[in-house]
Design a protein. Structure first.
Length: 154
């Protein structure tokens, strides 16, 4: 399958409008049929110990048209963490891992307060490209941040 590269943009359309709302890493599935894109955000504290409002942290799954490469959103998966710095796919294309940069307390738009942890969120990748949550491993980063995740050969 051959794809042409052209300038354009992926329509991430995060549901939250708070700042900072950032685009993040893009990973292409080994089949070339699916793209995985991170929406990432982190709270901007007001100087107090109060939890801050935060934008969307998610992985958006796109099906790529076989002829044109045009992306079509097929799934949006919320991440239980802040600012997914990167994501990586296993060499066999069956697992996606997102690295969640930092911990913190956030407030959702409904007023619910959530404690978020830094770490790694793992998802199974189905043949359809859809993600199913496997588990999340917490990493105590203290005041530091987690910046990278990848698979290493054994």
């Amino acid at each position: 399958m051959r794809r042409s590269v052209h300038r354009g943009s992926l329509p991430l359309r995060p549901r939250a409008s708070w700042r900072p709302q950032l685009g993040g890493a893009i990973a292409l599935h080994r089949t070339g049929r699916y793209a995985y894109v991170v929406n990432r955000a982190h709270p901007v504290p007001d100087g107090s110990d109060n939890p801050a409002v935060c934008g969307e942290n998610s992985v958006v799954v796109f099906d790529l048209d076989a002829q044109t490469g045009e992306p079509r959103e097929i799934q949006r998966v919320a991440l239980n963490g802040l600012h997914a710095r990167c994501l990586t796919l296993s060499p066999d294309g069956k697992v996606l891992v997102a690295a969640l940069r930092q911990s913190g307390r956030i407030m959702h738009d409904n007023g619910r307060i959530v404690e978020c942890t830094a770490g790694f969120a793992a998802f199974h990748i189905a043949d359809t490209g859809h993600l199913t949550f496997i588990r999340q491993d917490v990493v105590d980063v203290g005041r530091n941040q987690l910046f990278w995740a990848d698979f290493a050969p054994i």
